[in-house]
Design a protein around this ligand. Structure first.
Ligand SMILES: Nc1ncnc2c1ncn2[C@@H]1O[C@H](COP(=O)(O)OP(=O)(O)OP(=O)(O)O)[C@@H](O)[C@H]1O
Ligand SMILES: [Mg+2]
Length: 307
């Protein structure tokens, strides 16, 4: 399975959530590859706490591979290269967890057919080796996004190819909802690139789901909230729900929500069960990641909220 992670805005929590999903999927026994396609800022290595890869690699990462400068992209076994002790452990029954880093100093590029061919070949190769491959795209419209859509389009993918899921991340605020909807549905956005790449509208939208990230509850106001704050929050939440629905990002599109997790405000990292046990992280956070991971690999759960 190929899972693409996209967002319009930067700082939505796309990469941190995707890394946590990769980790959770590996705990579920899936062999997972994480492909850092955020070519301008490939920092997934920092989230997995791999010091040598915190800004990508200099030895032929994904960017070099796509541009024909490396025959095979570098990869790292996250559990053996991370400096986080508890992440090194491989619980019984868990699958592989492998990072394909981007390149240090990579940048935007103008897309050619050769790049698209390379990307299509790469996807086929990693899909053969891994159960789930998560591709983290840079924020907004980018060559990597266009390239990915073309590489997975019916023109370039054999009919019987594995499942594809397309995730659209956004924060639960007015501006983020508007921006995410624009990226998906407006000119030069994901849908229009997908149509140009050869997808039918309905067929492509079936692959897309949203993830609302870092959604706060009343406790964000402080320990004790006033009745006015409670009422305001409830009204604001309703306004956002109406806005999301009117912009095509309603409940029928929603894969899940992650709660605002204080630990992630200070540090981008994998939130582990041990963090909850040590009373550092909220149980609701690990639960949200786990539920989402389960849903991603369960066709029935995924189709259950089909449009
Ligand atoms: N559930 C959450 N609760 C609180 N903070 C979060 C949550 N998820 C992510 N964050 C924080 O939000 C910030 C942005 O997250 P992240 O880097 O994953 O965003 P991004 O969309 O990948 O951004 P970019 O486009 O710059 O790559 C980080 O500091 C991260 O720790
Ligand atoms: Mg990111």
């Amino acid at each position: 399975m190929l899972i693409f992670s996209s967002s319009d805005k930067g700082g939505t929590g796309r990469s941190v959530t995707s890394c946590n999903l990769a980790y959770r999927l590996s705990l579920l026994g899936q062999d997972v590859a994480y492909l850092d396609f955020d070519f301008g800022s490939p920092t997934a290595g920092a989230i997995f706490e791999i010091p040598t890869l915190e800004r990508g690699t200099r030895n032929g990462g994904l960017h070099s591979y796509i541009r024909g400068r490396a025959t095979e992209p570098v990869r790292a076994d996250i559990r053996t290269t991370t400096e986080r002790q508890v992440l090194k452990e491989r619980p019984p029954g868990s699958g592989k967890l492998t990072l394909f880093p981007g390149d240090v100093g990579g940048a935007e590029f103008s897309l050619t057919n050769e790049h698209i061919k390379k990307a299509a070949e790469l996807f086929q190769t990693v899909e053969r080796e891994f159960d789930v491959c998560i591709v983290d795209l840079s924020a907004g419209r980018s060559s990597a996004l266009d390239m990915s859509l073309q590489a997975i389009s019916p023109k370039n993918r054999p009919k019987k190819a594995e499942a594809v899921r397309w995730l659209l991340f956004h924060r639960w605020t007015t501006q983020h909802v508007i921006a995410a909807s624009g990226l998906l549905l407006e000119e030069n956005g994901i849908l229009s690139c997908a149509l140009a790449a050869g997808f039918a509208r309905r067929e492509f939208l079936r692959l897309v789901r949203t993830i609302r990230t870092a959604v706060p509850d009343a406790s964000a106001f402080g320990k004790k909230t006033t009745a006015e704050q409670d009422a305001w929050l409830s009204r604001s939440d309703d306004i956002l729900k109406t806005l999301a629905k009117s912009r095509g990002l309603g409940l029928d599109m929603l894969a899940g929500t992650t709660p605002l997790e204080p630990m992630l405000l200070w540090r981008e990292q994998v939130i582990m069960d041990v963090d909850v046990k040590r009373r550092l992280a909220d149980k609701a956070t690990t639960q949200a990641f786990e539920e989402l991971a389960n849903k991603l690999i369960d066709d029935e759960a995924w189709e259950g909220f089909e449009r």
